[in-house]
Design a protein around this ligand. Structure first.
Ligand SMILES: [Zn+2]
Length: 254
């Protein structure tokens, strides 16, 4: 085939098979919304953790310094734990993906013809007629980088572009948890006693509902349902720890 007709044909086939990058990212919001989604979920974790911790301690003794110390410790411990967990898991996944891609690249180097047959077979298995499958496989095998990308996606189910940065994921987890955890703690820096308990509950409830609604908006599941779910989870966690705190507080003072 003349080389001048190759690029448009290649692009056309790739697009029809769903391999074109632009078409893919515009359809799947998760591909681009991953960072935001992780941040919202992290803030939700921080909020539930600290709304329970703050109210648990407040249930035992509504003394400002004790609540502030517990809340700050909870904020830091949780944020570091989230960041460390993210760092470890993203790095492990990254290494796994890299190793699999290296193996595939080696196979493409050592036996390109077998790999092209393999690619054709994968398109056939997806319902592409044998002759067309062979054509697609041949076109996609011309360029080494395109071939590797295609094998990674079809054979390994890996998106080579989605390799994340462990450091960025860790830092973003730290701050999203910290922000969520700070909200129910904030009133205790201005007021104390019953007023602060009520303020913590109100801030915690409003933030839980807002974060729940944001999760709903991102997953397309209905904002009201996810807002109610997040609010319910926060209420149960905070209610239980407040009750336990009150029991312990009554025992130590009475
Ligand atoms: Zn392969």
């Amino acid at each position: 085939m003349p080389s001048t007709t190759e690029p448009p044909l290649r692009v056309g086939l790739a697009r029809r098979l769903g391999l074109a990058r632009r078409a893919r990212t515009s359809r799947h919001r998760d591909v681009q919304g991953n960072g935001t989604r992780a941040a919202v979920l992290g803030a939700g974790d921080g909020l539930i953790t600290n709304v329970s911790l703050v109210l648990g301690v407040a249930g035992a003794s509504a003394a400002g310094p004790a609540v502030r110390l517990a809340g700050l410790a909870g904020l830091l411990a949780g944020a570091f734990s989230m960041a460390a967990g993210e760092l470890v898991s993203v790095r492990a996944q990254d290494e796994l993906v890299r190793r699999e891609i290296d193996v595939e690249a080696e196979e493409l180097r050592s036996d390109p013809e077998e790999e092209q047959r393999e690619l054709a077979a994968m398109y056939e298995a997806r319902g592409v007629p044998p002759e067309d499958a062979a054509t697609v496989a041949r076109i996609l095998s011309v360029d080494q980088a395109v071939a590797l990308d295609t094998h990674a996606r079809l054979e390994l189910g890996i998106d080579p572009d989605a390799v994340g940065s462990a450091g960025a994921a860790g830092i973003s987890s730290f701050f999203s948890f910290a922000i969520g955890a700070l909200l129910p703690l904030l009133p205790w820096y201005f007021i104390s006693g019953t007023g602060a308990v009520i303020a913590s509950i109100l801030v915690g409830a409003a933030a839980a509902a807002a974060l729940g609604a944001a999760i709903g908006a991102m997953t397309g599941r209905g904002m009201l349902r996810t807002a109610a779910r997040q609010l319910g989870a926060a209420a149960i966690a905070a209610g239980v720890t407040y009750a336990v705190g009150s029991l312990i507080g009554a025992h130590t003072t009475g």
